[in-house]
Design a protein around this ligand. Structure first.
Ligand SMILES: NC(=O)c1ccc[n+]([C@@H]2O[C@H](COP(=O)([O-])OP(=O)(O)OC[C@H]3O[C@@H](n4cnc5c(N)ncnc54)[C@H](O)[C@@H]3O)[C@@H](O)[C@H]2O)c1
Ligand SMILES: O=C(O)C(=O)C[C@@H](O)[C@H](O)[C@H](O)COP(=O)(O)O
Ligand SMILES: [Zn+2]
Length: 361
């Protein structure tokens, strides 16, 4: 069992990482929240696996929980699905003290967080992430969002959870493809902050893919520590937090061009990190050996490097709507070393097109 504290100016919180954590959520919540009603948001895959366990835990702690289930997949990150959840909250009489709980992957977390931030101008929010990706990344840091037809995560808020409970045992039921998707964000943390962590990942690729829960618990705690440290310094992404977006400029474009169904988020981020590494090397920021290391690691984790068959011009149209665009220019998060990134606006259109062509072959 491990705990990571996210220290913020006004609303710090604890991430609890523990096998069997879902059964502890009620007791942990009771120490923090006074309300009795509670609304659990989950998806159709997670509901039959873990909802009953969470309901039992909340009931034992004196809450009266209701559950709402949304379709699995990125299409649930929408204003239409948000409205479905608002309606449930209103009709059950969820009040300002009543917690809203996300039980599921990043889709459920981003959607439920968005609803929690906006319903009654904000109700207590708890994250119970069940995918590796959500455990290492999306449940921490307070980014919530739904998608717009013109781009990914374009409608959203910064709204921190009051509590995060990571149940590592939930990873036992996670499909292999989703496990690998989470590993893409894990690799991201190594690239942006820590060469030793990258070496550890390289040494443990087999254990990560089995998956060995001991190794994964170490990895989850490490990623949460890194993210907590970054978010504590720059909660609203004025500067430093942009590093958490390494690989996402092209990654989000890949997801969107594929209609959010061909590549999942982690796979698209893997392609995006490859693109960012190639740009970095092309402008003389990092060495070819750094690019090769990243490629080999991503491939050994079963992640894609290319979005073959996509049209560079289609990807380009989404790049223009990246949230890191200021005055018409993208703030690119690029790799200067393995374990270090830098932000630059100085990447020519010609190089961008060259790299988009290379990753779509
Ligand atoms: N807010 C943030 O900081 C942040 C960070 C990273 C990613 N994201 C967002 O997260 C989303 C991706 O999250 P994701 O990869 O978790 O995808 P997801 O939520 O779609 O979950 C992936 C699949 O796994 C299933 N699932 C979840 N837990 C399971 C379990 N324990 N056992 C079996 N099946 C399970 C889900 O039903 C779904 O089919 C994207 O929308 C991305 O933009 C947000
Ligand atoms: O927490 C952050 O900051 C991140 O950028 C984490 C990313 O992994 C995540 O995918 C995030 O949702 C992307 O944010 P966006 O601002 O580019 O939509
Ligand atoms: Zn991401």
């Amino acid at each position: 069992m491990a705990e990571v504290r996210v220290e913020l100016e006004t609303h710090s919180y604890t991430i609890h990482i523990t096998a069997g954590g879902i059964s502890r959520v009620g007791a942990l919540m009771r120490d923090l929240f006074s309300g009795d009603k509670a609304l659990i948001v989950t998806d159709e895959n997670v509901y039959p696996l873990y909802a009953e366990r969470l309901v039992t835990s909340l009931t034992a702690a004196g809450f009266t929980p209701a559950v709402i289930t949304v379709p699995a997949g990125e299409s649930s990150k929408s204003l239409v699905t948000s409205d479905f959840v608002y309606t449930k909250a209103i009709t059950m009489g969820l009040d300002r003290k009543s917690p809203l709980i996300a039980l599921g992957g990043g889709v459920v977390g981003d959607l439920a967080g968005f609803v929690a931030a906006t319903y009654l101008r904000g109700v207590p929010f708890i994250q119970v992430p069940t995918t590796l990706l959500a455990q290492v990344d999306s449940s921490v840091g307070g980014k919530t969002a739904v998608n717009h037809a013109l781009g990914k995560n374009l409608i959203g808020t910064f709204y921190q959870p009051g509590l995060v409970v990571i149940d590592t045992e939930a990873l036992q039921t996670l499909p292999a493809r989703e496990l690998k998707a989470g590993l893409a964000e894990v690799v991201k943390y190594g690239v942006i902050t820590d060469y030793d962590f990258l070496s550890y990942l390289k040494k443990n690729t087999d254990a990560l893919l089995i998956p060995d829960l001991n190794v994964l618990t170490t990895v989850i705690a490490k990623c949460c520590q890194i993210k907590a440290g970054v978010v504590a310094q720059d909660e609203r992404e004025d500067s430093l937090r942009m590093m958490l977006n390494f690989g996402h400029t092209v990654g989000h474009a890949v997801e969107a061009v594929g209609g959010y169904s061909e590549y999942n988020h982690g796979e698209a981020v893997a392609v995006g990190m490859h693109a960012a590494a190639l740009i970095s090397q092309r402008i003389g920021l990092c060495r070819q050996s750094h690019v090769d290391f990243l490629r080999n690691l991503l491939s050994s984790l079963g992640l894609p490097l290319q979005a073959s068959g996509y049209l560079p011009k289609d990807l380009l149209s989404y790049l223009a709507r990246d949230k890191k665009v200021v005055n018409g220019k993208i703030n690119w998060v690029l790799m200067s070393e393995l374990g270090q990134v830098t932000i630059t606006r100085e990447v020519s259109q010609a190089i961008i097109m060259e790299i988009l062509s290379e990753i779509t072959i």
